[in-house]
Design a protein around this ligand. Structure first.
Ligand code: HEC
Length: 254
């Protein structure tokens, strides 16, 4: 037949709709395949990466807990300190005069323990909290002042008025803190006693407080007047002597 090696008539032998559908399906299947980069490397599945991460984390945790892989001990030699630079002066906090060194401790105690009630200017509010600026009991005998801090106060205060009840404040305070707050109060807010209440005096105050007949109860103005109008025992400290501001011990001579 003269027709045999000619292309068949499209109209007769090809279902165009079916052929077109097949082309579209194959193109879609190709599109779903992972693309291969120009260099022939197929991208790694995200899940494979996550799985590796989990394995590494667990392995690192196990190895690291023995102080090995991620442990600091393997990286930093224990006890290794850089040698001081030659000729460098011995460093440390600068010594301060006793009044300032004790006062600095006291300023922190005041902010943490007293200012909430007595106000950041220590002037109270005239009704429920008395002023500590110019207070006769802050500026007067140190044993009386210490008993108020350590035990709290109930009843009339130094100006004869009753404001409320002050809870004890000494819990958790070291002798240095008690000495600091007393020194600070007597030398700030217009109070100018100029003396230093030492840690030694504060230790004595703790003992006196524990030996009170009514230990555990707030002090009252009667008890203060009857028993505690005294100076705390302990050596008087020159306010200008230089102290280590951290330990409050006399600073070493340079
Ligand atoms: C929870 C509130 C509160 C706190 C905290 C507090 N006080 Fe008081 N303080 C009072 C009250 C209230 C009075 C008056 C008590 C009264 O009327 O008997 C008072 C009275 C005093 C007085 C007697 C004043 C005078 O002139 O007679 C002194 C001194 C004093 N406080 C010192 C301190 C110091 C120092 C601190 C911090 C360590 C402190 N207070 C923390 C509430 C407080």
């Amino acid at each position: 037949m003269s027709h045999s090696n000619q292309k068949p008539d499209l109209e007769d032998s090809i279902n165009v709709t079916e052929a077109h559908g097949r082309v579209v399906r194959e193109a879609a299947a190709c599109a779903r395949e992972n693309r291969i980069a120009d260099n022939g490397i197929a991208p790694v599945s995200m899940w494979a990466l996550v799985a590796c991460g989990v394995v590494l984390l667990i392995a690192g945790g196990i190895l690291g807990s023995g102080g090995e892989l991620f442990g600091y001990t393997a990286t930093f030699r224990p006890g290794y300190l850089r040698a001081p630079a030659p000729g460098a002066a011995e460093t440390g906090p600068m010594p301060k005069p006793a009044l300032a060194a004790y006062g600095a401790k006291g300023a922190k105690i005041f902010a943490a323990k007293c200012s909430g009630c007595h106000g950041s200017d220590a002037r109270g509010n005239g009704s429920t909290y008395p002023s500590l600026a110019g207070s006769a009991w802050v500026n007067g005998e140190t044993e009386r002042f210490a008993m108020i801090i350590l035990n709290g106060l109930q009843g009339p205060v130094s100006d004869g008025k009753t404001y409320g009840v002050m809870p004890p404040q000494g819990i958790g305070m070291a002798p240095e803190d008690i000495a600091g707050i007393m020194t600070y109060m007597r030398n700030n807010f217009g109070n100018t006693k100029g003396d230093v209440i030492t840690a030694e005096m504060a230790k004595a105050a703790i003992e006196i407080s524990a030996a009170r007949k009514k230990a555990g109860n707030s002090v009252t103005s009667e008890e203060l007047t009857a028993d505690h109008v005294k100076a705390l025992p302990g050596a008087v400290l020159d306010p200008t002597i230089l102290l280590d501001p951290v330990t409050l011990a006399p600073a070493k001579a340079p």
